[in-house]
Design a protein around this ligand. Structure first.
Ligand SMILES: [Zn+2]
Length: 188
C-alpha cells in the first residue's frame, strides 16, 4: 500500500489552513437525484470514500460510480497517467450516467496517497493540479453535450493513523493560494 510523506501531510495541513480543503458537508452537494461519482479504484480506501460520500449525501441512494485506477487523474487530455484514452471513456460514461439516471451532479474524488499517481511520478501538488484540470474538462465536456452540470471536486486523505477524511476542494481558495505563492516568489 502506498504511503504519504511528512511533507505531504504538511501540505495538506497548509491547504486546510488556507481554506482549500474544507470539511465535506451535505449542503455543498446538490444530490436530490443522486450523483455520478468518479473516484480512484484504490481498494484500500474506496470503502471509506464511498461510505462517507453516501453519508454526506444524506441517504439519497443513487450514486452512479465510475472507478478506474487514478480516477479523475485520467480525465484531462494532458493526463500524465492515461495511456488508453481513459479520459474520453470516463467523460462519455459520465454523460451516459446522466442519460440513464437524469443526474447532473458529478463528483470527482482525488485522493492521497494515490498509488496510480505515485507510480507515475506525480507529487501531491501535481495530483491536485491534475484534479483541477479534470474538473474543468468534465464540465466543458458535459456542457458541450447540452447539460449544465454541477461538477464538484473532493479530496480524500488517508492519514495512516486510522483516520481517513474526505474534503471539499474550494477552487477559489486554491486560486487565491496560487496567486499568493506567485506574488511571494516575485518579491523574492
Ligand atoms: Zn489512487
Amino acid at each position: 500500500m502506498t504511503t504519504a510523506s511528512l511533507a505531504d501531510y504538511q501540505l495538506i495541513q497548509t491547504l486546510r489552513g488556507v481554506g482549500v480543503l474544507k470539511d465535506l458537508e451535505g449542503p455543498r452537494i446538490p444530490a436530490e437525484r443522486g450523483t455520478i461519482v468518479i473516484p480512484c479504484a484504490d481498494g484500500d480506501r474506496i470503502t471509506d470514500l464511498l461510505t462517507k460520500h453516501w453519508g454526506v449525501c444524506d441517504g439519497h441512494p443513487c450514486h452512479h460510480t465510475l472507478s478506474l485506477n487514478g480516477g479523475p487523474l485520467l480525465i484531462p487530455e494532458s493526463s500524465p497517467i492515461a495511456k488508453l484514452g481513459e479520459g474520453q471513456i470516463i467523460k462519455e460514461h459520465a454523460y451516459g450516467g446522466h442519460r440513464l439516471k437524469a443526474v447532473t451532479t458529478v463528483m470527482l474524488y482525488g485522493h492521497w496517497p494515490c498509488g496510480a499517481a505515485i507510480t507515475n511520478g506525480l507529487s501531491l501538488y501535481d495530483t491536485l493540479v491534475c484534479c483541477v484540470s479534470a474538473k474543468d474538462e468534465m464540465r466543458t465536456f458535459l456542457q458541450s453535450r447540452g447539460i449544465e452540470p454541477t461538477v464538484i471536486l473532493c479530496f480524500h486523505v488517508d492519514y495512516a493513523d486510522g483516520r481517513k477524511k474526505s474534503y471539499y476542494f474550494d477552487r477559489r481558495a486554491w486560486n487565491a493560494w496560487q496567486a499568493s505563492k506567485a506574488s511571494i516568489q516575485a518579491a523574492e
